[in-house]
Ligand binder design. Structure first.
Ligand code: FES
Ligand code: FES
Length: 228
């Protein structure tokens, strides 16, 4: 069991600043499975090494246009070009969801997208949030974690923390969705399961992740229909 002082800060800025090398970092592009989304395929029929112009807004900052190899996976672009190393490469095959980022849509909805099997070119013109985008730092440099990050720390939800960026992003999408489309209290457990079910953690029994998300949902006004 970890504690707040040794934990990777709910995978926020600490994961971005530790410089820890992501597992299997060289494997992602080459090992994209056949089940990968069409977005993982090189754009415009180009060979993987040919470049395409990409512009992406990440955590409120616009990057590009940059010439990006058509076969480069988004997680490698985040890590190697933008220096955003908080997103974790776990399986590299689209299974564990450790690598997901949030894509925000113009209608106010959002979704998570796996960056290990999705080419950087897919994100051209899109608005993205990574795990580094959740905490807020004030003018004095003091960091305030997002409620879900703080809850994961408070509940000791993780041990190694490798899966945590994915859980932070998935839980954020879930909570924001519940604010737009509240559920009855009786349906909350199912909603949490649906929101987190794709995420694999190899250290814990998931219970503390689910408990933390439930606590944040119940404390967030507007997520539950029948709570006064
Ligand atoms: S690292 Fe992307 S799904 Fe596992
Ligand atoms: S805390 Fe180690 S993989 Fe989830």
């Amino acid at each position: 069991m970890t504690n707040a002082s040794s934990a990777p800060q709910a995978a926020s800025d600490a994961t971005a600043t530790t410089g820890a090398a992501p597992m299997m970092s060289a494997a992602s592009a080459a090992s994209a499975p056949s089940a990968a989304s069409a977005a993982a395929a090189p754009a415009n029929g180009k060979a993987p090494w040919e470049t395409v112009p990409v512009t992406v807004k990440v955590n409120g900052v616009s990057h590009g246009p940059m010439d990006v190899p058509a076969g480069l996976m988004m997680i490698d672009w985040l890590h190697e070009t933008l220096g955003l190393t908080g997103s974790r490469l776990g399986c590299g095959q689209g299974v564990c969801h450790a690598c997901v980022v949030i894509v925000d849509h113009a209608d106010g909805s959002s979704e998570t997208v796996r960056t290990c099997i999705t080419g950087a070119n897919y994100f051209d013109g899109k608005t993205v949030r990574t795990v580094e985008g959740h905490a807020v730092r004030d003018a004095d440099g003091n960091l305030t974690l997002a409620p879900i990050q703080q809850a994961f720390l408070d509940h000791f939800s993780f041990q190694c923390g490798y899966c945590t960026p994915g859980f932070v992003n998935a839980a954020t999408v879930l909570i924001e969705r519940l604010k737009r489309h509240p559920v009855a209290r009786a349906d909350l457990e199912a909603a949490i399961t649906e929101g987190l079910n794709d995420h694999i953690c190899r250290c814990t029994g998931y219970v503390r992740y689910y408990t933390a998300v439930r606590d944040v949902v119940l404390k967030t006004p507007g997520c539950i229909k029948d709570v006064k």
